[in-house]
Design a protein around this ligand. Structure first.
Ligand code: ARG
Length: 425
């Protein structure tokens, strides 16, 4: 009996061709696995296409709820944005798909898993490394990397000869990956980093010039760092993210234009549409500002950056990743409350926040009546705080040239009272 391979199957042209290619040229039995992470999967159609292509079994799984709870929320709680911009939609889905591939391999007795990534991107690294982390005995084959190279027309002909009904319309001018947390768009005219993205690159967001002029306010509720409601209506994760994508997208919020550094060393221009991610990151950060200490906020920011890089680089399941996520989870105990946001064309801004665990103390902060801050104690505090700087300045006083006078350089106008009195007299 020939060996079995489990193929991560989107149902698109490349992976539809990979099914017969793996059978005919490599001699494998093929099981396909299609994971719905919010990219609108037509389960019946996908299964039929896989079986027509020669798959022995076609598995489809709706993994959206797990995607939100185990990947999206942890990344949101960490404040993870790769290079400060990319909310990691594609990168976060890969370890989940890899985990399901490994389980499907165990279930079907497969010794290999396969994916449709090319040899130039990040996704191949994420799949290969995540599979290795979960079961190092499994081998990974990526047909696009090892000889399946066909042009689009060759792929269409190859599929047609085998009776596979692949989409025959005009091919998209872009390479697109979609899931709940965002839409990633690259290639085509976007490869020129000077070229503004054309209107047809976007699907989830309106052009801000076409967004409603009237601002719209929403209140997002959080429980221990996870969004749980919109305008006091409790929502589970998938519905909440979908609704936020819809509402913020209608205001043209969430367009990101990024020249990012791929793990394999290439700079790449990528456009993202991530309305929910942009809004929820802003809201979550605002609630943390209210509920976490300065020290924790500063330290946590470096952890979030590190976790973003780990996710981007395919190291989600590394020991460091697991340990840092445990740290982040611990920090979220008090990140509960509500954030008010105002949507206007192209932007969603925080206009209010409140929490039962707020560290904001009006008695300390106010400049009005009711001020409980001890102003006199500031004198002693500053004397100690500034002591090393004062000591240093005194010791170094005589070493070095006279600094130039900035007052002179800026041509300060000096008017003496005596001179003014003389002038009036
Ligand atoms: N650059 C993003 C990443 O590495 C998205 C990759 C997939 N994008 C695409 N258009 N196929 O995570």
């Amino acid at each position: 009996m020939s060996e079995t391979v489990v193929l991560a199957y989107s149902g698109g042209l490349d992976t539809s061709v990979a099914v017969p290619w793996l059978r005919e040229t490599q001699g494998y039995e093929v099981v396909t696995l299609t994971v719905d992470v919010g990219g609108r999967v037509d389960a019946a159609g996908v299964q039929r296409r896989a079986i027509t292509g020669g798959a022995r079994r076609a598995i489809v799984v709706d993994a959206r709820a797990a995607f939100v709870s185990d990947y999206i929320w942890p990344a949101l709680q960490a404040g993870s944005l790769y290079q400060g911009q990319y909310p990691l939609a594609t990168a976060l889905a890969r370890p989940l798909i890899a985990r399901l591939l490994v389980e499907a391999a165990h279930e079907t007795g497969a010794g290999l898993v396969a994916h449709g990534c090319t040899g130039k991107g990040n996704d191949q690294v994420r799949f290969d490394v995540a599979v290795a982390a979960l079961d190092p005995s499994l081998r990974v084959i990526a047909p696009m990397r090892v000889g399946m190279g066909m042009t689009r027309d060759e792929e269409l002909a190859y599929a047609r000869e085998r009776g596979i009904d692949v989409p025959t319309g005009p091919s998209s001018p872009f390479s697109i990956d979609v899931n709940l947390w965002g839409r990633s768009i690259e290639a085509g005219v976007l490869e020129d980093p000077w070229a503004a993205p054309p209107a047809d690159a976007f699907d989830w967001t309106v052009d801000p010039v076409d967004a409603p002029r009237t601002p719209h306010e929403i209140v997002i509720g959080f429980d221990e760092g996870a969004p749980v409601s919109i305008d006091a209506e409790p929502l589970e994760g998938v519905g909440l993210v979908e609704r936020m994508n819809h509402e913020a997208g209608a205001y043209g919020i969430g367009r990101i234009d990024h020249v990012e550094d791929r793990l394999i060393g290439i700079k790449s221009r990528e456009i993202y549409e991530a309305p929910a991610a942009v809004v929820l990151h802003a809201a979550h950060a605002a609630l943390e500002q209210l509920t976490l200490s300065r020290e924790l906020l500063a330290y946590k920011r470096s952890v979030g950056d590190r976790l973003a890089t780990l996710a981007y680089d395919g190291l989600w399941f590394s020991e460091l990743g697991v340990a840092l996520r445990a740290f982040v989870t611990h920090t979220q105990r008090y990140v509960s409350g509500e954030v008010r946001m105002r949507f206007s064309p192209g932007s969603g801004v925080v206009v209010g926040r409140r929490s039962p665990h707020s560290l904001y103390d009006i008695g300390l902060a106010t400049y009005d009546a009711g001020d409980r801050f001890d102003h006199a104690s500031a004198v002693g505090f500053i004397a100690i705080w500034g002591l090393p700087v004062r000591t240093q300045a005194a010791a170094r006083r005589n070493d070095g040239a006279q600094p130039r006078s900035l007052l002179d350089e800026l041509g300060a106008d000096r008017l003496d009272a005596d001179a003014l009195a003389g002038a009036i007299r």
